[in-house]
Structures are given as structure tokens and as C-alpha cells.
Design a protein around this ligand. Structure first.
Ligand code: FAD
Length: 342
């Protein structure tokens, strides 16, 4: 039995290439704020010609991230999501409007993707050792997979944001917003910066990012998409963006291997098993980061063929990296090429 353990910490799937210099053109200053969050790290680059209170902004950013964590973390027992997950009630459970709207949008994205993205995969994520519990070094039994699947399904999850409240039809259903909430947190920090009148920034949380305006050199933000074979060391592609969000899902950071087969943290809700195809990573560009985050996971589940068909049908800007023996081949959707031509 050979098993390679995944790394527990989360490094961004996307490295940011932007001027770290304090000053750019025409007196523009590039401020860098960063810190730990959600088991990974955030970084915010702000480019401005006017002075602003960095301490106050850093504090507001931490408040925003703590608020998302308090609502959506499955890694803390006192979060709203954990309380909902631990409840066996099938009645309406009152929640914050923010969590209700997040669940409502996640259900819509699940319907859009035919269930490929599905936040009710929580029991399967935990069964395969990719949640807050212990990691595995070999697959669970078929019976355990069948039992976990019986507690999933977007049709069994409901949101009524008039109340606001969420409800499950199955006592054992539990939700996992890990493929959506980091993107949502990036969107919330972007709103915070917009409200402070900041017009040029790059927000990144664990590889999900949202860009607005330009960098300190008054050019588009340069984002590097890393190679799945040499994560953190080699770049597969550099794209130039402004006023867009970028999210990547991949099978090369959070996985274990057993008897030569790789089992990664993206679960196909239809099989109850980690995806098993040649896609190593999917990067999606979208207006908001929460959507990019969810759609990248959905395309990772759909795989290279069905994923690209779906991306073209929905005009999703998608960049797929496929394993091809010891090399990587890339596929770009029409929308991705349109948005990233240099
Ligand atoms: P992505 O590809 O963006 O998402 C994959 C994750 O989504 C999987 O890990 C699984 O959880 C889930 N998933 C798998 N398949 C599907 C599917 N078909 N549909 C929907 N979802 C699916 N990690 C820690 O180690 N410590 C922490 O304290 C911690 N706190 C967190 C708090 C919050 C609020 C959130 C959202 C996450 C937290 N995490 C924590 C988890 C970590 O930050 C990442 O969210 C996680 O690894 C997934 O992000 P990713 O970009 O690596 O993968």
C-alpha cells in the first residue's frame, strides 16, 4: 500500500505577479496587506495616490473575514453552518441573511451545473478525509460511500431568505461551502474597498482573487496560473486582467494516493468519489469571485470534455490543464481567450 499524504496547509493555486514596489508611476503607491484566514492566507494589494489609514483597513478586512468564518466554517463548531450541520431538525432554522443568501446562490449554481457543484457533498467530503477531521490514506468502503451519498442532494436543501432561514429534508444532510466561501469573502472585501473609494486593488484569498482597475505601473494586473506538476515553482500561463475575478480548482494540492491512484478533494456528487479523469486544474474568470470559485469546482467535476461543452454553452471563461503523460496540455474556452488576449 503506497500512500502520499496531502499537505494540510493551503497555498494559492494562483501566484500573484504584481509589482511589490512601494511606489509605481505618477506617485501611485502600492500598499500590501496580508494575514492568515480560513486555513490559508489572504493578501490585498491597494494602489492609490492618496494616503489612507492602513491599520483601519487591515482591521476592517479582518472583521470581514472573521464574519465569513463565523458564518460558513465547518472547521469551527460555533459557526452558523456547523450548528445547522449538527442539527437533525428538518424544520426551518433561522440564519443570518448573509448565510441564507449564500446558500440560496449556491443552490442556484448547483442547479445551473446539474449538481456538479453541490454544497450538500459535506458527508462525502468528510468521509474521504478532506474536511476538518482526520485525513485518509486509503479509500472508504463502497457501503460507507453509499451511506454518505444517501445524505446528500441539492433537492433536499432549501433557503427562504424572506425569513431568513434554511432547511434540510434529510436529518443527516450537511453543507460544505469550501468551494464557494473563499470567493465570497474576496467579493466582500472588494465591496469594502469599493465603499472606501479605492479604485485599484487585487484581493486574493487562498488562490481565489478579485481584481479592479490597474497595478502601480498603471497596467493590468498580471496573474500567474501555476503548473500542476510544479505547484508554487513553475508557471503555466500569465494572464493580464482588470475588473475580473479568478478562481482555480485542482487535484494536485489536496489529495492522497493509494496503490498508484490519486484521490483528490473534488468530489463527484454523482459517484460519491473524487473525480477520476485527466483534468489537473481548471481556472475560471468571472465577474464575481464566488461564482468563479463554484464554477471552477463544477468544471473540475464535469471533466475535460463535458466541462468544456458546458463552459462554451454558458460562455464561461475557462482554462483547463490536462495531464498528458508527463506533460500538460491546455484548453481554453472562447470566452477565456476573449478576456485574456494580451
Ligand atoms: P476548491 O477547489 O475551491 O474547493 C474544493 C473543496 O470544496 C473541497 O475541499 C471540498 O470541501 C468541497 N467540494 C468538493 N467537491 C465539491 C463539489 N462537487 N461541490 C461543492 N463543493 C465541493 N481549512 C483548514 O485547514 N483550516 C481552517 O481553519 C479552515 N477554515 C475554513 C473556513 C471557511 C469559511 C472555509 C470556506 C474554508 C475553510 N478551510 C479551512 C478550508 C480551506 O480554506 C479551503 O476552503 C479548502 O481547501 C478548499 O479550497 P481550495 O481552493 O483548496 O479548493
Amino acid at each position: 500500500m503506497i500512500s502520499t499524504h496531502r499537505r494540510k496547509f493551503f497555498l494559492p493555486c494562483i501566484a500573484l505577479l504584481h509589482a511589490l514596489a512601494a511606489c509605481g508611476d505618477q506617485g501611485l503607491t502600492n500598499y500590501q496587506l496580508s494575514g492568515p484566514t480560513m486555513g490559508t492566507r489572504f493578501s490585498v494589494a491597494v494602489v492609490t495616490e492618496s494616503e489612507f489609514d492602513q491599520q483601519q483597513l487591515q482591521a476592517r478586512i479582518h472583521e470581514t473575514l472573521d464574519d465569513v468564518d463565523r458564518r460558513m466554517s465547518t472547521y469551527r463548531t460555533d459557526s452558523e453552518v456547523s450548528k445547522f450541520n449538527h442539527s437533525s431538525s428538518t424544520d426551518w432554522i433561522p440564519v443570518s441573511r448573509a448565510l441564507c443568501e449564500a446558500v440560496d446562490e449556491a443552490i442556484e449554481l448547483s442547479n445551473l451545473t446539474g449538481g456538479a457543484f453541490d454544497i450538500t457533498v459535506g458527508p462525502l467530503v468528510d468521509l474521504w478525509g478532506f474536511g476538518p477531521g482526520d485525513s485518509l490514506n486509503e479509500p472508504p468502503s463502497d457501503d460507507a460511500i453509499a451511506e454518505a451519498i444517501s445524505r446528500t442532494g441539492r433537492v433536499h436543501l432549501h433557503a427562504n431568505c424572506e425569513i431568513p432561514a434554511i432547511r434540510k429534508d434529510l436529518a443527516g444532510l450537511h453543507i460544505d461551502l469550501s468551494a464557494y466561501a473563499k470567493g465570497l469573502a474576496a467579493d466582500e472585501i472588494a465591496s469594502l474597498l469599493d465603499n472606501q473609494g479605492i479604485a485599484n486593488y487585487l484581493v486574493e484569498i487562498g488562490g481565489d482573487l478579485r481584481a479592479r482597475g490597474h497595478n502601480a505601473s498603471k497596467t493590468k494586473w498580471r496573474i500567474a496560473i501555476e503548473s500542476p506538476y510544479q505547484p508554487g515553482n513553475a508557471v503555466e500561463k500569465i494572464i493580464h486582467i482588470h475588473d475580473l475575478s479568478v478562481a482555480t480548482s485542482g487535484d494536485y494540492r489536496n489529495f492522497f494516493e493509494f496503490e498508484g491512484q490519486r484521490y483528490s478533494h473534488t468530489i463527484d456528487p454523482r459517484t460519491g468519489r473524487p473525480v477520476a479523469h485527466d483534468l489537473a486544474s481548471v481556472t475560471v474568470l468571472a465577474d464575481d469571485a464566488a461564482q468563479a470559485d463554484a464554477l471552477a469546482t463544477a468544471l473540475m467535476v464535469l471533466g475535460p470534455e463535458a466541462g468544456m461543452v458546458f463552459a462554451e454553452r454558458q460562455s464561461i471563461a475557462a482554462y483547463l490543464l490536462l495531464r498528458d503523460g508527463s506533460s500538460i496540455t491546455e484548453r481554453m474556452s472562447t470566452q477565456f481567450m476573449a478576456l485574456t488576449d494580451p
